[in-house]
Design a protein around this ligand. Structure first.
Ligand code: 1GP
Length: 262
């Protein structure tokens, strides 16, 4: 059963426009930076989704990202459970073109621009396009960049791409600039879920200085203090996934939200 306390959050009507991208820009304007909680559908039980979404919203997160590199469960009921109990956007974060559901508001329409695998540059996007249209999802064109996080991650293995070395901020920033010139609306600097090393601050700063589009940073962010440092370096959105799988308490999520928003 969903937590009753969520009803009051429904009434706030955070989504005043139909555009999730506009909403995300509004978050940056109002709060400087936003907090995105990543839910890996393979990790959470369906029964927990309603309460979990409610807790994430109450804790102050700005949106829920739903997805992962690998999907072994039925995404539809999980997304439906989350969406039915929160008023913050559910944004799909798909590992490939099969990871889509109509029970979401938007999808990060990503091209893995750090790699040279045509399937993740354009192949999966072509396969996904008719389903995004049919499901009436808002696509948010995103330049997705994998950066070496010190260990091999699922996304590296599944995509068959080589990450950008984490001591090469110039390579990252030129990729981000290319993403902006190609018309992408966001850049995602990804160290990989469970990365030993998060995206370095100097890389975030250099990318931030090069592009005007919002910068999402995720992978290996384990503490509110670390999240705040990434915001100070120039991140517009912080993603946490793994660490909440170990401790998804309201208090811990709130600490992240507060650190990111302040
Ligand atoms: C992974 O960036 C996200 O795609 C989040 O990473 O699970 O390490 O927080 P973590």
């Amino acid at each position: 059963m969903p937590d009753d306390r969520c009803k009051k959050y429904k009434e706030y009507g955070h989504l005043t426009s139909n555009s999730v991208l506009k909403y995300l820009h509004g978050v940056i304007e109002k709060k400087k930076a936003g907090y995105l909680v990543l839910i890996d559908p393979d990790v959470y039980e369906i029964e927990r989704c309603a309460n979990l979404a409610c807790e994430i919203e109450r804790a102050g997160a700005d949106a829920i990202l739903l997805g992962g590199s690998l999907l072994t469960k039925d995404l539809h009921p999980i997304a439906e459970g989350l969406k039915g109990s929160t008023n913050i956007p559910i944004i799909l974060f798909p590992g490939d073109s099969m990871h889509l559901t109509p029970h979401a508001d938007a999808v990060l329409y990503m091209s893995l621009i750090s790699g040279r695998n045509p399937n993740y540059l354009i192949g999966e996007q072509v396969k996904a396009a008719p389903w995004i249209q049919q499901y009436n999802l808002e696509p948010i064109p995103t330049g997705y960049m994998l950066i070496d996080g010190g260990n091999r991650t699922t996304v590296e293995f599944m995509s068959g791409t080589v990450p950008i070395p984490n001591n090469k901020p110039d390579i990252a920033s030129t990729h981000a600039l290319a993403a902006q010139y190609l018309g992408m609306k966001m850049v995602y600097l990804e160290a990989g879920s469970g990365a030993e090393l998060p995206i370095p601050d100097d890389m975030i700063s250099m990318v931030d200085s090069q592009v005007d589009i919002p910068l999402i940073v995720g992978g290996g962010i384990r503490s509110p203090e670390m999240a705040a440092r990434k915001v100070n370096a120039g991140a517009n959105f912080i993603v946490t996934g793994n660490i909440l799988e170990e401790n998804c308490s309201y208090d811990f999520m709130k600490q992240f939200a507060d650190a990111i928003h302040s």
